[in-house]
Design a protein around this ligand. Structure first.
Ligand code: HEC
Length: 285
């Protein structure tokens, strides 16, 4: 197929097997992605997607449980621990704040980003570990829950209420974005589902009794405190813990947290969240 035909199909929303995949630029992708949900859930304003599946009309008969939990959010104690960790000095007397511009205030809206100096895609998790190493501490190994999740909470709380504004301002950033997008739309696992199969095409529908949330807002509430995870004694989860869980649901092999593929995926999702406010931590069922 020549490029013109592909673009034409993309414009009509019938691109190559899946809607809204083959558009020309990230800016076009963003417009189409957000417009898709506006059409599918006309009563849900963009900012509301911060609260995940809870905001969908299809979830209205279940949202009461979440509302009740939110009266005394179970994550409060974890927030205290997070803030204590964040402000406890390293052996050299410095703190996490010293590693980041403005003590990290307002920075979370721009993550992930491609850094030309280190030639790496940087996430909040990689930067927290790098801050530790630079200050003579060991990196944290568990990147799914526990102290890393708490530290990311402390970091992102400094941007609570601010709107996501990831920049794709280098060819490398755009290349990483394109890989993340591909990962999002590629089918995998024994069920042969892509992320989009569930969170775009079937958003609002039920699968095995669960309402599928929109792909919009993925990550702005993370790390989350999840009731399901709390039953196993590990209530907090980073975004990449959740990616692993969603890969397993279709019987695909979960990747390691902070693997290149998950970082690219996070970049794609974060860019799609442009304009959606951060709210960390969030409560999930
Ligand atoms: C078989 C269907 C299915 C597939 C495929 C799937 N997910 Fe999910 N996902 C779910 C369900 C169910 C939930 C819980 C309800 C919700 O929040 O949407 C969920 C939740 C999530 C959440 C948490 C949202 C929040 O705010 O709490 C993220 C992030 C997520 N999925 C990302 C992904 C990504 C990225 C992929 C592709 C790698 C993916 N999912 C593939 C079913 C799926």
């Amino acid at each position: 197929m020549n490029k013109k035909v592909i673009l034409l199909l993309a414009g009509l929303g019938i691109a190559l097997g899946a809607p809204i995949t083959a558009s020309a630029t990230p800016q076009d992708d963003l417009k189409q992605f957000q417009a898709f949900y506006k059409k599918r859930f006309p009563t849900v304003p963009l900012e509301a997607y911060t609260d995940g599946v809870n905001v969908l009309p299809q979830y209205a008969d279940q949202v009461e449980n979440w509302n009740l939990l939110m009266e005394f959010p179970p994550y409060e104690m974890e927030v205290d621990k997070a803030q204590e960790l964040w402000s406890t000095p390293f052996a050299n007397g410095k703190t996490y704040s010293s590693c980041f511009k403005n003590g990290a205030k307002g920075l979370a809206v721009g993550y992930p980003f491609y850094d030309k100096v280190s030639k790496k895609l940087r996430t909040v998790v990689t930067d927290i570990n790098e801050c530790r190493v630079r200050n003579g501490e060991k990196p944290i190994k568990n990147l799914k829950y526990g102290d890393m999740a708490r530290l990311v909470i402390a970091f992102k709380m400094l941007s609570n209420g601010q709107k996501m504004a990831v920049k794709l301002n280098s060819p490398e950033a755009i290349a990483a974005y394109e890989k993340g997008k591909q990962f999002y739309w590629a089918r995998r696992g024994q069920l042969n589902f892509s992320c989009a199969s569930c969170h775009v095409q079937n958003a609002g529908n039920k699968i095995r009794g669960n309402v599928l949330g929109a792909g919009l807002g993925h990550g702005v509430g993370f790390p989350v405190y999840r009731t399901k995870w709390s039953l196993k004694g590990k209530p907090l989860g980073t975004l990449h813990r959740r990616y692993g869980g969603c890969n397993k649901q279709v019987r695909a092999k979960p990747l390691k947290p902070q693997s290149e593929a998950y970082k690219n995926l996070e970049l794609y999702e974060a860019y799609m969240n442009t304009g959606i406010p951060i709210r960390v931590p969030s409560q999930r069922m």
